[in-house]
Design a protein around this ligand. Sequence first.
Ligand code: AMP
Ligand code: MN
Ligand code: MN
Ligand code: MN
Length: 289
Amino acid sequence: MISMFYSNGSSLDNFDLHNHSTASDGLLSPTQLVELGASLGVDGLALTDHDTVDGIGEAADAARRLGLRFIPGVEISVSWGDTTLHIVGLGIDPHHEVLAAGLRGIREGRLGRARRMGDALAALGLEGTFEAALALAGSELRLSRSHFARHLVQVGAVSDTQRAFDRYLGKGKPAFVQHDWARLDEAVGWIRAAGGVAVLAHPGRYGLGPSDRETLLLEFKRLGGEAIEVVTGSHRPEQYATWRRIAVEHGFLASRGADYHGPGESPAEPGQLPLLPSSLEPVWTRWAH
Ligand code: AMP
Ligand code: MN
Ligand code: MN
Ligand code: MN
């Protein structure tokens, strides 16, 4: 069995399973993203836009044209207590009605939240940010903090998007708006209903203490979560070893992805992060044949 996995199920494969496009808060179109992945020698690429599968058809077409292995994905926003989590679904059927309906519900919440963010920024003397972010997003259903951050950079309110989060948009900052996303059980359930694998995205980014972290991992597993991201552009390199160990201890498959958003906004381009440690079982063994 193991040898059958070698060509496309080994930790040496350059799979990149977390990337964004203009269908959510990325800067490249789905086609441009796939072209970039192919040019960088990626063996398999997933598109995982926030709360939408709208870019998948275009990305799949481009991948077919270029002979690149493509994995349809999504990154679902989840509220777990006071913490916002991201759950990536990989290998999903993008047309599955349960998943589509769930994602529609989340996206519809983005508009009201964005208006409140705009109001909070206006109260700080930054007028017109809602309209500007909407223009950058191109749709009310796509509006994200990334679009606000880009606008704040464009008008010179901050020098880069990271500072926009540190000063205004991050949790606990003056323009942060608490929002109810999906529940964890819902997100995992939609992904599994659509035939996908549920992956806890960038687990090192949530700022959870050891006890909450343990609770989350056990709950995620109990609900049917199968993998966690270990090597991701949203972890600092020194976090890879911690999450490698946790993946082994908890018996999770491991994922790897740049969390790429576009030129100048991400620490790594698709497929350029270190490969997964060989002690881990890559999540892509789930599709190896
Ligand atoms: P939203 O879904 O509207 O809450 O936006 C979340 C997105 O904002 C994430 O997917 C990242 O792309 C971006 N983001 C969140 N926190 C930060 C941060 N501290 N620095 C830069 N970008 C961030
Ligand atoms: Mn994002
Ligand atoms: Mn994320
Ligand atoms: Mn992401």
